[in-house]
Design a protein around this ligand. Sequence first.
Ligand code: GLP
Length: 245
Amino acid sequence: MRIYEAKDYQEMSRKAANILAAQVILKPDCVLGLATGSSPIGTYDQLVEGYEKGDLDFSEVKTVNLDEYIGLDHENDQSYYYFMHQHLFDRINIDPANTNVPNGMAEDIAAECERYEELIRSLGGVDIQLLGIGRNGHIGFNEPADSFDKMTHCVDLTESTIEANKRFFASADDVPRQAVSMGSGTIMKAKKILLIACGEDKADAVAKSFFGPVTPEVPASILQLHSDVVVIADTAALSKCPGVL
Ligand code: GLP
């Protein structure tokens, strides 16, 4: 695992976008695993800039997103489908047919989870998976639990995640209680992982994930077992990591 320090959000975003851009240049038909939340917005802005400059071509790129709330349709501005179109897909030359977000409106969520897992397999797996991290160490929507989830599955969101994500909704009551998320096992199958973290409120999660024991109580800790992980975090997010700064 390689940990790079960035001085702020802007630098973290630039460094992360450089890695994703390199992937797109080296393998124009790559499969990008994408994430939502406030952490990757700057990274997506940088990728859009690269596209606008003529440095990046997304015409053959395929994407799979980590997760989606259950019960929010595509027009809902809090759905991750909407987020991805707003921050990235509608601003670059990607073919919408090559973009994939789990369908949180599926009538049969269990079948949707299986379909999504199979879809990732049929694409040949994820070349690089971008991840943010929750304050409780969650990745995607893999919440602290007694065991790691292997496959794409339906998740009951924890109170702490609902609390953290309510800032995007009118009130905590409006935050969906469930989501579809790639499992830790799905994430671990990605060939390369790129995790970004910014801000003091991520410092505990970052320290526990990368310097503590591997445990499903800290979902991101499983990444210690992956052979190709890059973490890009700002100084505040690294402030509790022993010997890094
Ligand atoms: C959500 C997403 C995660 C994301 C996390 C942190 O719960 N499902 O993929 O990493 O929030 O979000 P933020 O980057 O806004 O702190």
